[in-house]
Design a protein around this ligand. Structure first.
Ligand code: R5P
Length: 288
């Protein structure tokens, strides 16, 4: 078994390889002057069971296409089995056609992966909302690994006096609710109203949070708007402290504002930023 790192694998690919005790190789990925991709596999894959690690965070289209052509080439060159590890699976959030003519990207992204020649996809806490199971979009074997236990351990390590868990919107129940149950903490799932892709209002019973150490748990921090909106109201309600924990921290906007409101911010290493504190390599390796 060998592991190939795509250009967006970050450090996670090598960590997974270390946990599995196998060799990892870097694919050579460049651009031609016209911006077309050049990819050369980092190792001979013939007859091998090949794990390809490629994230689709931050550069979703480019990274997805690189993954597609890499997997297809591994198959073409005789790989015996191909497992894709895509820590952050982009395009899952566009899961419904709200207006006639809109692309439902979850299905189109899955079409590429289904036809990449790979045998299996492993991903971490994919955004499952209107699509409930990965098998609704993937025809190849698809495995959802969750960071819930790792997040729960991290929350415990904060050593908070009066912890309470908040999920900022209905679908966060599957993360925030589960983390709270694992730790035996009380929790509430709030309601989010999104008036545009960046304008959100998180509604809930803030007043009960006075004197509490509040941990908001969500699957993704993208623009940070959701976390920020909730945290400002939590602080105004008189909470002692407020902490943000997420699986996938993209942190595309509002970083200074988030840092000024939150007492701590943590994300898993599916995406590497200055807030990356929770290592999922062991959990992912355990799914193989
Ligand atoms: C979607 O509802 C997700 O669960 C997150 O709440 C959302 O992606 C966060 O986005 P943002 O950081 O842009 O508010």
């Amino acid at each position: 078994m060998i592991l190939l790192n795509g250009s967006n694998a970050g450090e996670l690919g090598d960590s997974i390889a270390r946990k599995l005790g196998i060799k990892s190789f870097e694919n050579e990925v460049k651009h031609f002057p016209d911006n077309e991709l050049y990819v050369k596999l980092g190792a001979d894959v013939s007859g091998e069971e090949v794990i390809i690690v490629q994230n689709t965070a931050l550069t979703p289209s480019e990274s997805l296409f690189e993954l597609f052509i890499t997997a297809r080439t591994a198959r073409e060159l005789g790989a015996e089995k191909i497992v894709l590890i895509v820590p952050y699976l982009a395009y899952m959030r566009q899961d419904k056609r709200f207006n006639e003519g809109e692309v439902v990207t979850a299905y189109q992204m899955a079409f590429l992966i289904n036809n990449s020649g790979a045998d299996e996809l492993i991903t971490i806490d994919p955004h499952l909302h209107r699509i409930k199971e990965l098998s609704e979009v993937f025809s190849i074997k698809s495995t959802r690994v969750t960071a819930i236990k790792d997040i729960a351990e991290y929350v415990k390590s904060l050593g908070l006096n009066n912890p309470v868990i908040i999920g900022p919107d209905e679908e966060s129940d599957q993360w925030a609710g589960e983390v709270a149950k694992l730790l035996g903490l009380s929790f509430e799932i709030y309601n989010k109203i999104r008036s545009s892709s960046v304008n959100v209002s998180v509604k809930g019973s803030y007043s009960v949070l006075k004197g509490k150490d509040v941990v908001i748990v969500d699957d993704i921090i993208s623009t940070g708007g959701t976390m920020l909106n909730a945290a400002i109201k939590i602080k105004e309600a008189g909470a002692d402290s407020v902490h943000a924990v997420t699986t996938h921290g993209l942190f595309l906007r509002n970083v200074e504002e988030l840092e000024s409101v939150f007492d701590s911010i943590a994300s898993c290493n599916t995406v590497t930023t200055k807030f990356t504190k929770i290592d999922l390599a062991g959990t992912i390796a355990g799914a193989l």
